[in-house]
Structures are given as C-alpha cells and as structure tokens.
Design a protein around this ligand. Structure first.
Ligand SMILES: [Zn+2]
Length: 118
C-alpha cells in the first residue's frame, strides 16, 4: 500500500516551495488566474542603458522561470486533489501501478517508468 499521508506531506511541501518561489518572482493575477512576473522595482533610478538591459534580462529570466514552475505547481495541485481517488498512483497510459520508488520520488507522476513523459 502507498503511504498516502507521506505522499500528501511531500506534495504539500513541494507546493509550498513552488508557491514561495513564484511569489518571489511575480504575482498571481486574480482576474486571469495566471502567474505573472513582476517588473523590477520601479524606485531604482535608471542610471544607464546597461542597467536597463540587465533589468529586462532579469524580468525575462523570471518570466521563463515562472513558466517552468507553473505547470509543476499545477501537477502538484492535481496530485493533491487526486490523492484520494482510486486511480491515484496508476499509470494513465497502461493503468498499472506506478513503480513505488518513482512515485515516492515524484508523487505527481502520472505514468509508470515505461510511459514516462518526455
Ligand atoms: Zn504505463
């Protein structure tokens, strides 16, 4: 049997870490439900063009970081929701139980090793 309590703890922990990282980089837009990177602090004086370029880069970097984190957060939230379902821990391709070690390492996994997502 899977230790769902342990899996839930792990998922909640990962969710909290992801949320913290996302909040560091941006905000959840309440009207769209989308995470958006915040621009650099506006009160920093704009000294020169290089500085501007750096800030743009940082914003871009944050945006792409967030783009990677958001689907991960969605996976974790989905796994938390599905945790009590009969189908939790089964491969969505072959419906067999996902290898325990794989699920323990990544509780949000939806497939067995054989059908691992790219
Ligand atoms: Zn499978």
């Amino acid at each position: 049997m899977l230790d769902k309590k342990k899996i839930k703890e792990k998922l909640e922990q990962e969710r909290d870490v992801l949320l913290e990282e996302l909040r560091d980089m941006g905000n959840l837009n309440p009207s769209t439900g989308e995470w958006e990177a915040t621009p650099e602090e506006q009160d920093v004086p704009e000294t020169d063009q290089n500085d501007m370029a750096d800030r743009f880069e940082n914003f871009e970097a944050r945006s792409s970081m967030m783009k990677a984190l958001v689907p991960r957060l969605a996976d974790v939230l989905r796994a938390l929701k599905d945790l009590n379902r009969e189908s939790f821990g089964r491969c969505m391709v072959c419906k067999k139980d996902i290898e325990r070690a794989r699920l323990e390492a990544n509780p949000a996994a939806r497939t067995c090793k054989e059908h691992m997502e790219a």
